[in-house]
Design a protein around this ligand. Structure first.
Ligand code: 7TS
Length: 418
């Protein structure tokens, strides 16, 4: 492999993609006899060996329930779980560790805010603003609570490049608006939204904003104090961590006033049949035994990302995206869906007269994993008048050679379909 093509020079060092690849055992897998080319990172990322080992270490040396045992193992697992919370607090620069709530993932984080904040604060005639490019998990929870409370969902439209039309947002926001929930980076278009500007405008009206950072946290440095977001949600599995674990960040003054989302063990202070008082933050929002091993694994994944450096990862992924965007110009029948100026490493496209599912299936025979479909963003598909796209999404361990294999595969498919 040509070193010059696989390494990018970063501020501090040379980005050694081969070394990074060697940390991800699954990348050695063969699919249909071909080396795996994993380009479905927006769906879920692969895990480095340190995260895999951490899960093994947890279950073989630490496994015990947390916050409730005086015995040694319970103390070890509690310390590791709470240690992971502190790592996440530092990673996104939250003010305090009580602002970090462990959830199952982005979906649960958004549902928590909709069901807790929304149920307590939305009334008949109120309005909630989201955008046309949201993942279903940032649409449906708001729809559900709006329906229950008689509130209305307002949608910021997007332009032909897949960018938010900011002036339309300015027109939508008014004294009826009670909440704004916006995706940082779109999973089906790649668009990076001007979330800081979006938040600033909402705050002029004292409206809280939730940022869906599911596709941002693994690509961009995130500083919640700099963003001034009120809530931020992400999933562990998209940032090289385990599935079934995620994070809700919330400003302490908002979380404090919000009612619990679920009732059960660990979220209480005292219980009688007459009255229950609730535990302090963040435990008030973590009912029941959590995904302890998952949280510890997520802490390990964040250590790994910080070791490589999120800026270095971003620079490498930008190079891959630019390379792929240029390479597909060789295929005249290919149209990119999502041509925003500012994008994360997501390349969605359609090919004239060839259904994305056929593209996905045929690429699979070449060992290439991409995602095809509506990507849980049906309104985006409606906006572009298409049923589905094919989506290649790149991570820190992908290479230009893998993009070459994708392009070769696409050309072969076009030949087959005549
Ligand atoms: N928000 C965005 C922007 C996403 O991309 C996803 C998952 C979610 C929320 C939900 O995350 P979860 O971990 O709770 O499921 N997106 C994708 C995808 O693009 N392909 O598979 C899942």
């Amino acid at each position: 492999m040509n070193k010059a093509e696989t390494s990018v020079t970063t501020n501090s060092s040379v980005y050694d993609v081969e070394k990074i690849r060697s940390d991800f055992p699954i990348l050695q897998t063969k699919v249909h006899g071909k080396p795996l080319v994993y380009l479905d990172n927006a769906a879920t990322s692969q895990k480095p060996v340190s995260v895999i080992r951490k899960a093994e270490e947890y279950y073989s040396k630490m496994n015990s329930n947390i916050h409730r045992g005086v015995h040694a193992l319970s103390q070890v697992s509690t310390e590791a779980y709470e240690g992971a919370r502190i790592k996440i607090k530092k990673f996104i620069n939250a003010l305090g560790k009580n602002e970090i709530i462990f959830t199952r993932g982005t979906t649960e984080s958004i549902n928590l805010v909709a069901q807790s904040y929304g149920r307590a604060n939305f009334n008949e005639g109120d309005e909630v603003i989201i955008s046309e490019m949201e993942h279903h998990s940032n649409i449906v929870p708001w729809q559900m609570i709006c329906e229950e409370k008689g509130a209305k969902l307002k949608i910021i439209p997007i332009n032909d490049n897949g960018e938010i039309i900011f002036e339309e947002y300015e027109k939508l926001i008014n004294e009826k608006t009670k909440f704004v929930s916006i995706v940082y980076a779109s999973n089906s278009l790649g668009t990076v939204n001007p979330v800081k500007q979006i938040i600033d405008l909402a705050h002029q009206y004292n409206i809280p904003v939730l940022v869906d950072a599911a596709q941002a946290v693994n690509h961009l440095p995130i500083d919640v104090q700099d963003l001034h977001c009120d809530f931020l949600a992400f999933s562990g599995h998209k940032i090289y961590g385990p599935t079934g674990i995620g994070v809700l960040y919330g400003k302490v003054n908002l979380l404090d006033k919000m009612p619990p989302y679920q009732g059960g063990g660990d979220m209480i202070s005292t219980v009688t049949f007459e009255k229950t008082t609730y535990n302090e933050l963040p435990h008030k929002f973590e009912a029941g035994t959590p995904n302890i091993g998952g949280a510890i694994g997520l802490g390990e994944a964040i250590d790994y990302v910080q070791k490589i450096g999120i800026e270095n990862i971003a620079a490498h992924e930008k190079e891959l995206l630019d390379y792929a965007t240029e390479a597909v110009t060789e295929i005249p029948s290919l149209k990119i869906i999502g041509t925003a100026k500012d994008k994360v490493s997501v390349l969605s496209f359609v090919l004239d007269d060839i259904h994305p599912h056929d593209i996905g299936t045929m690429l699979d025979f070449e060992g290439v994993a991409i995602r095809t479909g509506h990507h849980c963003t049906q309104p985006v598909m409606d906006r572009f008048g298409i049923p589905a796209t094919s989506r290649a999404s790149f991570a820190m361990y992908n290479t230009k050679e893998e993009i070459d294999i994708l392009i070769k595969g696409l050309k072969k498919i076009i030949e087959v379909f005549g």
